[in-house]
Design a binder for this molecule. Structure first.
Ligand SMILES: *Cc1c(COP(=O)(O)O)cnc(C)c1O
Length: 439
């Protein structure tokens, strides 16, 4: 392998060694783990224009699958450019249902239980309102303080408009407050809504036991699987999950802002009402009747016209996961995160980096957070000098996302070495006062 050095002018260093770092502990292990990795070949299915750049943010925006780029090209030039309005009948009208069915096995759902629709935020709103309506008189929604802010804002809005209480159960900042949630759930609870894998620490709930806990008090459960879908097996059917939402642009590699999914268990579909009574949820949208009549089944949770250019490439992302196998993906995800934690312990812990994710792989998703008082300038130095792309979550979390289809063990080894060298040379001190809108 060619050893690369970048010239840096913005810091005290004149050159920065990009590695690989064959002398550093853990290198031989990384090479061996990559050699025996059954998913190593999947990386070739993605567009990788800069092999020196180590991308550890697939949990925020997955890489571009080659198949996705081809779909975008075909939809743009053939379906839109040539076929124009005829494409609605030829391939567009049912696409969000077809892609929902394609995705269903990754959720342990059945055909007809999943659609692609709107954004995760809007889907959460629709299903939370529907659940509270169906609960007839229950007065409380329960969540935790590890949930993604948009989820909490939406639940808060639903509660406020209806005069309900939103109970936000506090955690230790890393682990899901399972016991606190058990105490909060009671006969007044309409809905328990949680992130399956939490965005900051990566803590991952046991869907079955938490769903059972909610059902025991007669509450519905609404899972946000944005940070788990495509990274680990999910089994809604066995767990008897009521409702769920999630993004397609993270581990599913659907593309920036690709529309989200929503799941409603089949028996509940006709009992629940979409609060946004829009024409795509109408029984006969092309009757253009002024009287709203909801269609039966999952379609009633639609809103309006789908963004076809963003919807279509989801197929390539989901097929990539299905072809590789979700059990194999989870196995590699755990191996990558365990390897990363070992490397953190050997090389970074002594420099004041703390592990801000659960130690137990059973309770962890596919990213590892490390915290440091200089987490923000370190993140900027990693991106600008170290050619490692993580993301940063306040106050001090550097999130390292591991996407098993394209992250290699050697990349993890090299990234840790670059982080270590950036810190030891003080490269991050040049970035103390740098700001960014998207962190
Ligand atoms: C990424 C993420 C979102 C983002 O929602 P959008 O509506 O797509 O902006 C919501 N919830 C969770 C848990 C997420 O991880």
């Amino acid at each position: 392998m060619v050893r690369r050095v970048v010239h840096v002018t913005m810091t005290s260093m004149s050159v920065f060694d990009l590695g690989p770092f064959a002398d550093a502990e853990g290198y031989a292990e990384a090479i061996e783990l990559d050699r025996v990795d059954p998913l190593a070949g999947c990386r070739a299915d993605f567009v990788v224009t800069d092999p020196d750049m180590i991308y550890l943010d697939g949990n925020s925006l997955g890489r571009l699958p080659r198949g996705g780029a081809e779909i975008i090209d075909g939809v743009t030039h053939r379906e839109w450019g040539e076929r124009l309005i005829r494409s609605w009948n030829e391939s567009w009208w049912e696409l969000q249902l077809e892609l929902g069915d394609l995705l269903a096995p990754l959720l342990g759902a059945m055909g007809g239980e999943v659609i692609i629709s709107d954004s995760t935020s809007v889907n959460l709103y629709k299903l939370a309102e529907a659940a509270v309506d169906a609960s007839k008189g229950r007065t409380k929604i329960v969540t935790d303080d590890l949930n993604f802010p948009t989820d909490v804002y939406i639940l808060e809005g639903v509660a406020k408009r209806r005069g309900l209480e939103l109970e936000i159960v506090h955690s230790d900042g890393i682990h899901g407050p399972v016991e606190g949630l058990a105490r909060a759930l009671n006969g007044d609870t309409a809905l328990l809504s949680l992130s399956h894998t939490t965005f900051k620490s990566g803590y991952t709930y046991n869907v079955s036991s938490m769903t059972k806990m909610a059902h025991e008090v007669g509450a519905l459960v609404l899972w946000d699987c944005s940070h788990s879908v495509g990274a680990m097996p999910i089994d809604f059917e066995t767990a008897n999950v009521d409702l769920a939402v999630g993004c397609t642009y993270k581990y599913l590699n659907g593309g920036p802002g690709s529309p989200a999914f929503l799941y409603v268990r089949s028996e509940l579909q006709d009992q629940l009402e979409n609060p946004i009574t829009a024409w795509w949820g109408h029984a006969e949208p092309f009757s253009f009747s002024l009287e709203f009549r909801p269609v039966e089944g999952i379609r009633r949770f639609h809103t309006g016209t789908m963004p076809i250019l963003s919807l279509a490439p989801i197929e390539a992302g989901v097929r990539g996961i299905l072809d590789a196998g979700i059990d194999e993906i989870r196995q590699k995800s755990v191996a990558l995160s365990e390897y990363l934690i070992g490397q953190w312990e050997t090389h970074l812990a002594r420099h004041g980096f703390d592990l801000a994710s659960p130690r137990d792989p059973e309770a962890r998703g596919s990213h590892v957070s490390i915290s440091h008082p200089d987490g923000w300038p370190m993140t900027r130095a990693m991106i600008e000098v170290g050619r490692v792309l993580p993301d940063f979550r306040r106050p001090d979390n550097i999130r390292l996302g591991l996407s098993p289809l394209y992250t290699s063990f050697l990349e993890v080894h090299t990234a840790v070495q670059r982080i270590k060298r950036l810190f030891e040379t003080g490269a991050h001190t040049a970035f103390m006062n740098v700001t960014a809108t998207v962190t």
